[in-house]
Design a binder for this molecule. Sequence first.
Ligand code: 13P
Ligand code: SF4
Length: 330
Amino acid sequence: MNIKQEWKERGFIDEPIDEQMDLKGEIKRLCREKDAIILAHYYTVGEIQEIAHFVGDSLALARKAAETEARVMVMCGVHFMAETCKLLSPDKTVLCPDLTAGCSLADSCGADDLRQFKADHPGYQVISYVNTTAAVKALTDCVVTSGNAKRVVDSFPADAKLIFGPDYNLGNYINSVTGRQMLLWNGGCHVHEKFSVAEIARLRRLHPDAIVMAHLECKAPVLALADVKGSTADMLRYAAEHPEQRQYIVATEAGILHELERTCPEATFIPVPPEVTEGGPACSCNECEYMKKNTLRKIYLTLKYGWPTVEIDPAIARDAVKPIERMLKL
Ligand code: 13P
Ligand code: SF4
């Protein structure tokens, strides 16, 4: 394999493909040939969710990565999710169709800053959201996802001194429901912090029977208006268990609508718009540009060339896997 320098610099393969090609068929063929499975997060575009072998939230994707027998995993999500796959299955090849698919939340917590924060707070244990780099996980006692954060925090003794990061909103919510006073990192997701409280109130007036669902990364005033608060999987579960409910106002990344509409075709899902800032775009949805870097073309090319792979410094990997395994055991 000879990967061009230009592609390495770009972080993904940029090669023209035959427009007539049956792209989905070719991806399936390459998966069979290379013993590969495609894992996709709910925020990727619908056509990727349709070809994926497994679609899930970050907790389900981590579990799947730990148990799969396939030799190769193509992680269609963002870079920290691919790192989690590699940490849990170090002997497997983990492909990430675009290495530049980052995460504003993971970026809000650098390993050096966390190391200093720990040094400034002796005696504290660190609970980190899965949306962190492997280097940050290596400084962490236990990882959480939005689907299990309360359960994990509850597993620590009531008098434990805890640092929670990097998502301030999630930590603030967990503090409020557990009565703890964890020290919170001041990080956030640029997508979830933007949902407009005024728009939720307006949509609620227009659709008085609608249920408001919000991801735990949303800020407190948005969560205060929500009937259902949780991870992406929690929202899907709620909708599936309430077939009588016909309207939802949804405050999370718009990619989730694909699975919500697929599993609950009778219901209507209305995405909450972001706050409109002066001169900013007026769109009716909130999209994570990193998740949207995954495309069918990039998946095809990553399978064809077996690149980009995710690699983690072994010294970091040794420490980073422990807090993930601790979470999975819980
Ligand atoms: P989930 O834990 O619900 O999958 O969310 C992951 C994420 O990146 C949310 O922005
Ligand atoms: Fe990160 Fe936010 Fe994108 Fe989730 S939606 S991957 S937290 S930037």
